[in-house]
Design a binder for this molecule. Structure first.
Ligand code: ADP
Length: 233
């Protein structure tokens, strides 16, 4: 009998891709061809592959930002095909954090307000949203920058705010599309280490697309997309 750590089959499945294909209209070939993948709680997956191989497409489909052409997607046990648009929006807001290569912070808002925003969209009371945002900024060493606008922050600081924003609603799954791709080597390593630390602390699952093998080595599993197929490395 196992009294210690959970076995793989007992660890909750957070994300399941079941035979997912994606073909963009007008394109002859599908970008994703029959991809199946199971991501359990706390698993960190690196997604490697050259530019144009379909990493962003896979993350968009997994994050309910785009529909697959074929196949089924389950997020925290919910089949995306059975969800209305509103239910998808709610699920995305509460269960998925998305980080892009470019920070996409709202320039007219402070760092604090940017991190509060996803919570306010989820109708979290303002005071609670503010306290949570301050806590997250502190975790990323940005407590002194809470009232700064994005234009007053360095590249690394902006990306940390973007990550804090993605984590604001305590997502179960983090999907990140080359989150450190715009940063210099040293800053990329520091931001990535912060990200790894917080995923471990929160037991979040993550799929992180990166070109950087050094960063991919820090994650529990590495996959690559080649000709639309996902290969374990
Ligand atoms: P990666 O993230 O690995 O660079 P992408 O998922 O962005 O790859 O792109 C994979 C392929 O799909 C590319 O050939 C790209 O041109 C194509 N593609 C991406 N988005 C669209 C779209 N909205 N419409 C048509 N083709 C697209």
């Amino acid at each position: 009998m196992n009294h210690g750590s959970k076995t793989a089959s007992e660890t909750p499945l957070m994300l399941v891709l079941d035979n997912i294909s994606k073909r963009y209209s007008g394109n002859e070939l599908p970008v994703l061809r029959g991809i199946s993948l199971e991501v359990r709680e706390s698993e960190l997956l690196a997604l490697l592959g050259p530019s144009g191989s379909g990493k962003s497409t896979l993350l968009h489909v997994a994050g309910l930002l785009d529909d697959p052409t074929e196949g089924n997607l389950f997020i925290c046990g919910k089949n995306s095909k059975l969800l209305s648009d509103n239910e998808k929006t709610d699920l995305r807001l509460s269960k998925i954090g998305f980080v892009y290569q470019y920070h996409h912070l709202l320039q007219e808002f402070s760092a604090l307000e940017n991190v509060m925003l996803p919570q306010l969209l989820k109708e979290v009371p303002r005071k609670i949203a503010k306290d949570k945002a301050l806590l997250l900024l502190k975790e990323f060493g940005l407590e002194n920058k809470a009232h700064s606008r994005p234009s007053e922050l360095s590249g690394g600081q902006k990306q940390r705010v973007a990550i804090a924003r993605a984590l604001a609603n305590d997502p179960a799954i983090l999907l990140a599309d080359e989150p450190t791709g715009n940063l210099d080597h040293e800053t990329a390593l520091m931001v990535f280490d912060d990200l790894m630390e917080i995923t471990k602390k929160t037991k979040m699952s993550a799929i992180i697309a990166t070109h950087n093998y050094e960063l991919a080595e820090k994650m529990s599993m590495k996959y690559t997309i080649s000709e639309g197929v996902l290969l374990k490395k």
